[in-house]
Design a protein around this ligand. Structure first.
Ligand SMILES: [Zn+2]
Length: 235
C-alpha cells in the first residue's frame, strides 16, 4: 500500500446510486476540489428503490434523493452533478450505458476517473455487492479502455480521450490510499446529507466514517484515508 500523491485537475466520478460516491470517495473528491480540481459526479440510477420500507412512493424517493445528493455535492465542492436516469436496480453494462460514459469521458476529459470495482462481489459473509454497483463498474471499465480512447468506437460521441488514472473503490485489491485528513469533515457532512439512507443514530454514522478513515489512513501513516485500486492504463 502506498500514498497516492497525484493532484488531478479534472476528476470524473461515476457511481450507481446517489449516496455511493460520498461513502466511497467523498474525501478524495473534496480534497482535490479544495486544491482547485473540477469535479463531476455522475449517478447512473435514480435511487428510487433505496428503502427498507420507510418510503413507499418511488418517484417521491427519487426526488428526495436528488435533493440529498445536491446538498452532499455542495459539501464536497463538486462542480457538477449529473444523472444518467436509469431506474434503480436496472443498471446494465450495455451499449447505451457504455456510450453514455464514453461521451462523458470525451466531453469532460478527466485525468482521474473514479468508480466501483466490479470484481468485488462478496464482502465477508455479510454483504453482496449491489448489482447496480457491479454493472456500473464493468461499464466504466469497458468505456474507458479501450472505447473512449479509440476513435472508431462511438465515433459520434466526441474526440477520443485517454484517461490517465482510474481509481476503483469498494475493492479487495486496494493498493493506494488518498490522504483525506483535510476533508474528513466535509465527507462526514456529505454522507450525513443522505438522511433517507440513515436508519440509526447520526453520531454512529459519523463514528463509522471516522473509524474507517483512521483505519485506512494508518496503512500509509496519515490520520485519515480512502483506499483504491489504481489503474494506469495509457502510460
Ligand atoms: Zn449503491
Amino acid at each position: 500500500m502506498r500514498l497516492f500523491t497525484d493532484t488531478p485537475q479534472r476528476v470524473l466520478a461515476i457511481y450507481a446510486h446517489p449516496d455511493d460516491a460520498d461513502i466511497a470517495c467523498g474525501g478524495a473528491l473534496a480534497t482535490w476540489a479544495a486544491q482547485g480540481a473540477s469535479v463531476t459526479l455522475v449517478t447512473v440510477c435514480d435511487g428510487a428503490k433505496g428503502t427498507r420500507g420507510a418510503h413507499h412512493d418511488p418517484r417521491e424517493l427519487a426526488e428526495i434523493r436528488r435533493h440529498e445528493l445536491t446538498v452532499a455535492a455542495s459539501q464536497l465542492g463538486v462542480s457538477e452533478v449529473l444523472s444518467l436516469g436509469r431506474a434503480d436496480g436496472e443498471a446494465v453494462n450495455d451499449e447505451t450505458l457504455r456510450r453514455d460514459i464514453v461521451a462523458l469521458i470525451r466531453r469532460l476529459r478527466p485525468d482521474a476517473l473514479l468508480g466501483p470495482d466490479p470484481t468485488a462481489t462478496f464482502f465477508g459473509s455479510v454483504y453482496v455487492n449491489h448489482r447496480d454497483h457491479r454493472e456500473t463498474g464493468w461499464a466504466l471499465l469497458d468505456a474507458v479502455a479501450p472505447a473512449a480512447a479509440m476513435p472508431l468506437y462511438f465515433p459520434d460521441a466526441g474526440e477520443p480521450h485517454e484517461v490517465e488514472t482510474v481509481l476503483l473503490s469498494g475493492t479487495h485489491e486496494a493498493d493506494v490510499v488518498v490522504d483525506i485528513a483535510g476533508a474528513l469533515d466535509a465527507k462526514c457532512k456529505a454522507v450525513l446529507a443522505h438522511t433517507s439512507q440513515i436508519s440509526g443514530d447520526l453520531f454512529d454514522v459519523r463514528d463509522v466514517v471516522h473509524d474507517r478513515a483512521a483505519e485506512t489512513g494508518l496503512l500509509v501513516s496519515v490520520t485519515a484515508g480512502e483506499a483504491f485500486r489504481e489503474l494506469r492504463l495509457f502510460g
